[in-house]
Design a protein around this ligand. Structure first.
Ligand SMILES: NC(=O)c1ccc[n+]([C@@H]2O[C@H](COP(=O)([O-])OP(=O)(O)OC[C@H]3O[C@@H](n4cnc5c(N)ncnc54)[C@H](OP(=O)(O)O)[C@@H]3O)[C@@H](O)[C@H]2O)c1
Length: 353
């Protein structure tokens, strides 16, 4: 049996649990691996098995979460203990599909006790470099879903580096929301209109500034850079924000109302890009010398120029892929593809164990 502790039962966490229940018999047949939840944890408590949770208990936890309640509402749930105390002595896989900070140190402690970690949560990899190193040493942590969701990005990069290639430049569009906005601007919409529409359709976070600040893209850029072996501190990557600083503290409603105040600066960039036959994109650019995250005008023949809508695109220029970069492109968000990326990391880890 391969014991799994899963932190987080939100959109991705629930999709993952459903995928594990559905795929477990085939995984058992194909690899002789018996994936078993020993605990499911949300922000309010944990449901732990003795020694593992039955499929019925997992389904019950899913139903409770779907209904909007906490794990603590289930009979026998544990509310007083930290998840690390629930780790069995046997080598286990801790899966972090929360969106929370504060897990890096306990996850690193689990790694040093011989356990493995799988992440969709970017935050544990974005704290001090020492914690990143502690988590990832000897491949103890897999984190494919942190960049590009279900797209093969981290694995592709690691395979290239493992086989002696060198990443010279990674250029990437890593935000579906910002990709959507760039396409809308290209189609002639105003920035304010495009953001309001994206917000109304649920394409942005509830507070659209979480997308427009570029912080999420900066985290992904930091993870890519650190994966390349660049030992950057946590605050090394700053993102260009797409709204003026004086709108940082107003309410969401007021922010949406006053978006026109962000219009002129972005339109100037759009007009300048068009005049030079270039396309405006929100780009993370990683080289050994620097990591930049912000609006960029890219030449019309650049892989990023052809990007439309919310797709992600990651272009790797390496010693081997020098004349024509290796490009990964596709949907970079969505709970099912993200959960599938996490599950494939779990299976790869279980096969190693
Ligand atoms: N959605 C996507 O398309 C996508 C793509 C790539 C990566 N990701 C990443 O995947 C992660 C999960 O995303 P999501 O959309 O599923 O988020 P979500 O719906 O907000 O779910 C987060 C879950 O984490 C739980 N949680 C919060 N603090 C916790 C703690 N201290 N201990 C245990 N559980 C805790 C929450 O508990 P409660 O239920 O009790 O609130 C909730 O169940 C995020 O890091 C996100 O960036 C998501």
């Amino acid at each position: 049996m391969i014991p799994i502790i899963q932190l987080g039962l939100g959109g991705v966490g629930r999709a993952l649990a459903r995928q594990i229940l559905a795929a477990a018999p085939a995984i058992r047949r194909r690899y002789g691996i018996d994936l078993r939840y020993v605990a499911l944890v949300d922000s309010r408590g944990a449901l732990a098995g003795d020694p593992s949770l039955s499929d019925e208990q997992v389904r019950q936890a899913l139903a409770v979460k779907e209904a909007g309640s906490g794990i603590d509402s289930i009979n026998g749930a544990i509310t007083e203990r930290h998840w690390i105390e629930l780790l069995p002595a046997a080598m286990s896989i801790v899966v972090d599909v929360t969106a929370s900070g504060g897990h890096a140190a306990p996850l690193a402690a689990a790694v040093s006790a011989g356990h493995r970690v799988v992440l969709a949560n970017k935050r544990p990899l974005c704290e001090g470099y020492d914690l990143f190193a502690a988590l990832t040493e000897r491949g103890a942590t897999r984190y494919e879903a942190t960049v590009g969701a279900g797209l093969p990005v981290i694995g592709v990069l690691q395979s290239m580096l493992d086989s002696g290639d060198e990443a010279l430049c990674i250029e990437a569009a890593l935000s579906g929301t910002l990709g959507f906005l760039m396409s809308e601007l290209e189609a002639g919409r105003s920035f304010a209109d495009a953001v309001r529409t994206a917000h109304r359709l649920g394409y942005t976070e509830p507070d659209p500034r979480d997308d427009l600040s570029g912080v999420d893209v900066a985290r992904k850029a930091l993870i890519l850079a650190r994966t390349c072996g660049i030992q950057l501190p946590a605050d090394a990557v700053t993102a260009e924000s797409l709204f003026p600083a004086h709108l940082e503290t107003v309410s969401v409603a007021e922010f949406l109302d006053r978006l026109d105040e962000a219009e002129e600066a972005i339109m100037q960039r759009l007009v300048a890009a068009r005049a030079a036959n270039q396309r405006l994109r929100y780009v993370a650019r990683i080289t050994a010398e620097r990591v930049e995250v912000g609006l960029n005008a890219v030449p019309a023949d650049h892989p990023l120029a052809g990007l439309r809508g919310p797709d992600n695109l990651i272009s790797f220029t390496t010693r081997r892929y020098y004349d024509r970069p290796l490009v990964v492109r596709g949907p970079g968000a969505g709970v099912e593809v993200t959960a599938a990326g996490v599950l494939s990391d779990i299976i790869a880890t279980a096969r190693e164990l």
